[in-house]
Design a protein around this ligand. Structure first.
Ligand SMILES: [Cu+2]
Length: 493
């Protein structure tokens, strides 16, 4: 991992070889020579954390579960859904019930499909024993419908929200956002998918048979205790809770059976803190077609893609053209098998990925706008801050005018440890990356984004416009950092 290398490098220099590149154990080092403010316990924990916990290989024993598409309450002109947060039990391991929570079921949630132009009403119900909120990640809605920490529903409470879907086709998701409790609720199972469709998405000819060749993949790493329970308090790490057990769509040891055709994989990093670099074990390339908030203008060929928590990407894998179909699998940067593919002999559609998919533009005017919002991400563990401050629900950090584009400059200030990647998310908007450290972003980031990975010492400029009014959160999407106060508020007027 880059961070480990960076940390090792910093220690390597600081202690003149007292530690090697591969050895970052504190007890080998001369701690007395360290001049920094952090106490040793904190540092120890910080060092122990990170993606050092590898994921167990998927055995491929279980066919991947596909979330059900949520049906409307009634087939009427009005589009009304009910989304209920509830407790339950789930058989993740054979013959064992694990306590979980979910939306409209015991674990995770259904997929909500909206068409651009729909006016949607959602009756949200909290059947948990604690407060929660319903946040629509990536959806451009008024602050009052966004489900931030100000919109908590108490146990037993219901609330109907309404919004018009007025953004292009994309894969979004929903999850809770209660003040200080987001990480535990997501960890225990609250997360669901939103597909937005429009004329463009329906006419591009990309694979679109849900669950057949249009496959949602929610990646979440967990730690199960000896009783195969999700014990958040035991697993919790202030710097981001990670685990050794991967669930995809809540499936342990998943495999995906596909035809010999192009498959569209909608990747969602739904983990609390883990970053994933996705690759095929054959080394073959794949094609990215969409970012967080819409299609790329042109397909981008990649051999790997990294997603930080809450980022999405739609990729197309051509299962008809790969030479090495036996034992084909999606793996991560360490080679852990995430999702083995079972490629059947059955052929499927032979559609081409169109060369033009969207008309995403960054204008000269946008490029030349001055920076009017500065965001400095800093710290680790429970000492994380934005612009030196922790979240205060009573404090508005920024204001911005509805419909007016402003350039935000996000800087990840390194600490004595080198720092870590912070995935930075803004609610209620899809924005454009103008530059990373002054350079044009890579081709596959030239599209709508709502979350960006920011590396230590990196400066990212983004052009941000809000279509609606209200108070919105901006925060680090390492959920424990968010809960530890790495969050601010913007009021759009
Ligand atoms: Cu963070």
């Amino acid at each position: 991992m880059k961070r480990i290398l960076l940390l090792s490098l910093i220690f390597g220099i600081a202690f003149l070889g007292a530690c090697s590149q591969n050895d970052n154990k504190m007890n080998d080092m001369d701690q007395s020579s360290m001049e920094h403010e952090m106490d040793d316990d904190m540092m120890e924990e910080h060092m122990d954390h990170d993606d050092e916990v590898s994921l167990n290989d998927s055995t491929g024993k279980n066919e991947l579960k596909i979330p059900k598409e949520l049906e409307q309450d009634e087939k009427s002109k009005e589009i009304v859904y009910t989304v209920k947060a509830q407790k339950g039990e789930t058989e993740i391991f054979d013959g064992i019930q694990t306590d979980t929570i979910g939306y409209n079921g015991a674990f995770l949630g259904p997929m909500l499909r909206f068409d651009k132009g729909d006016t949607v009403k959602i009756k949200t119900i909290n059947e948990l024993d604690e407060e929660t909120t319903f946040h629509w990640h990536g959806l451009e809605v008024a602050g009052a419908a966004d489900g931030g920490p100000h919109s908590a529903l108490q146990p037993g409470e219901e609330k109907v929200i309404e919004f018009k879907v007025d953004q292009e086709a994309a894969t979004l998701w929903f999850h809770p956002h209660p003040d200080g409790q987001t990480s535990e609720q997501v960890y225990n199972g609250l997360a669901g998918l939103i597909y937005i469709e429009d004329e463009n998405s329906k006419s591009l000819g990309l694979p679109n048979e849900y669950g057949q060749n249009d496959i949602p993949l929610i990646f979440q790493d967990r730690t199960f205790d000896d009783e195969k329970q999700l014990n958040y308090d035991a697993a919790m790490n202030d710097d981001g809770t990670i685990g050794d057990t991967l669930l995809i769509n809540g499936t342990l040891n998943p495999k995906l059976t596909v035809k010999k055709e192009k498959g569209r994989l909608r990747l969602l990093n739904g983990s609390n803190a883990r970053n994933y670099t996705f690759k095929l074990n054959s080394g073959d390339s794949f094609t990215q077609v969409a970012t967080d908030g819409g299609f790329l203008n042109e397909p981008v060929t990649l051999e790997e893609i990294t997603l930080t928590p809450s980022e999405r990407a739609e990729i197309v894998v051509d299962f008809s053209s790969l030479d090495t179909l036996d034992d084909l699998a999606l793996i991560d940067e360490e080679g852990s098998i995430l999702l083995p593919f079972d490629v059947s002999e059955q052929g499927g559609k032979e559609e081409e990925i169109p060369e033009e998919m969207n008309q995403f533009t960054i204008t000269e005017e946008e490029k030349n706008l001055p920076v009017t919002k500065e965001v400095e991400l800093f710290g680790m563990m429970d000492k994380v801050t934005i612009n030196g401050k922790k979240f205060d629900p009573e404090r508005i950090d920024f204001t911005q005018e509805q419909g007016v584009t402003e350039v935000w400059e996000i800087y990840n200030k390194p600490d004595e440890m080198g720092g870590m990647i912070h995935p930075f998310h803004i609610h209620g908007t899809q924005f454009k990356i103008l530059s990373r450290n002054g350079k044009e972003p890579s081709k596959n980031e030239q599209g709508w984004k709502d979350t960006i990975s920011v590396e230590p010492d990196e400066t990212v400029k983004v052009a941000v416009q809000f279509q609606h009014k209200g108070v919105y959160m901006f925060h680090c999407h390492i959920l424990e950092h968010e809960d530890n106060g790495m969050m601010g508020q913007i009021k759009v007027e």
